[in-house]
Design a protein around this ligand. Structure first.
Ligand SMILES: Nc1nc2c(c(=O)[nH]1)N[C@H]1C(S)=C(S)[C@@H](COP(=O)(O)O)O[C@H]1N2
Ligand SMILES: [Mo]
Length: 165
C-alpha cells in the first residue's frame, strides 16, 4: 500500500495509508471536492486535518510538497494554504490512480494562475508521496514560465493532462 510520509518540524512523523485517510474525523473530510473546487472530483482531507494529526511546531513556516515519481517539488508558505489546502486521496471512494495524479495529490481551491503567485496552480502537486514541514523555503522546481511549462508537458507520458498553456 502506498503511503504518504509526513516529516520535518512535527510532533509526530507519520506514514499514512489509504485506510487512514478514510479514518480522519468527518470534520476534516471533503466528500466531494467539486463542492470547493469546480472541475475536480474525488475525496480529500483538509490540510487542517493533517495538521491535527501531525502537529507541526511553531517554527514550521513552509510546506514542502514532493512528488518523487517525476521529481516534482514545491515549497509554499504554510500560512497561505492552511485554511484551504486539501490532500486528495480517493476518487469514487477508491485509491487515486496514478493516471489521475495519485496516489495522493495536493489541491488548493482558489489558487492563482501559473507563475503569478507562490500559491499558484503549479503547486497542485501530483504523485504526492511526501509532505515536509520546514522553517525556511525548501527545494522548489515548479516551472517559472511558459517555456518551462511546455517542456514539462512534453515529458508527461501516459498521464491525463487536459491542461492548456
Ligand atoms: N508531480 C507533478 N505535479 C504537478 C505537475 C507535474 O509536472 N508533476 N505539474 C504542475 C503544474 S505546472 C500544473 S499547472 C498543474 C496542472 O494540473 P492538471 O493537470 O490537473 O490540470 O499540476 C501541477 N502538478
Ligand atoms: Mo503550472
Amino acid at each position: 500500500m502506498t503511503t504518504l510520509r509526513i516529516t520535518g518540524l512535527v510532533a509526530s512523523e507519520l506514514s499514512l495509508a489509504f485506510d487512514e485517510f478514510g479514518q480522519v474525523p468527518t470534520e476534516h473530510q471533503i466528500d466531494d471536492i467539486a463542492a470547493v473546487m469546480s472541475g475536480r472530483d474525488g475525496q480529500a482531507i483538509t490540510l487542517q486535518g493533517l495538521v491535527a494529526l501531525c502537529q507541526p511546531s511553531e517554527e514550521a513556516q513552509y510546506l514542502g510538497l514532493h512528488g518523487s515519481l517525476d521529481n516534482f517539488h514545491a515549497s509554499i508558505p504554510l500560512d497561505a494554504v492552511l485554511d484551504r489546502g486539501l490532500i486528495q486521496y480517493a476518487k469514487d471512494g477508491r485509491a487515486l490512480d496514478v493516471k489521475a495524479g495519485g496516489p495522493y495529490r495536493f489541491l488548493i481551491p482558489d489558487h492563482a494562475a501559473c507563475n503569478t503567485d507562490d500559491i499558484d496552480e503549479c503547486a497542485n502537486v501530483k504523485f504526492l508521496d511526501h509532505i515536509e514541514f520546514t522553517a525556511t523555503r525548501g527545494f522548489d522546481n515548479r516551472p517559472e514560465d511558459e517555456d518551462e511549462h511546455a517542456a514539462l508537458h512534453a515529458k508527461e507520458h501516459g498521464h491525463d493532462h487536459d491542461h492548456e498553456h
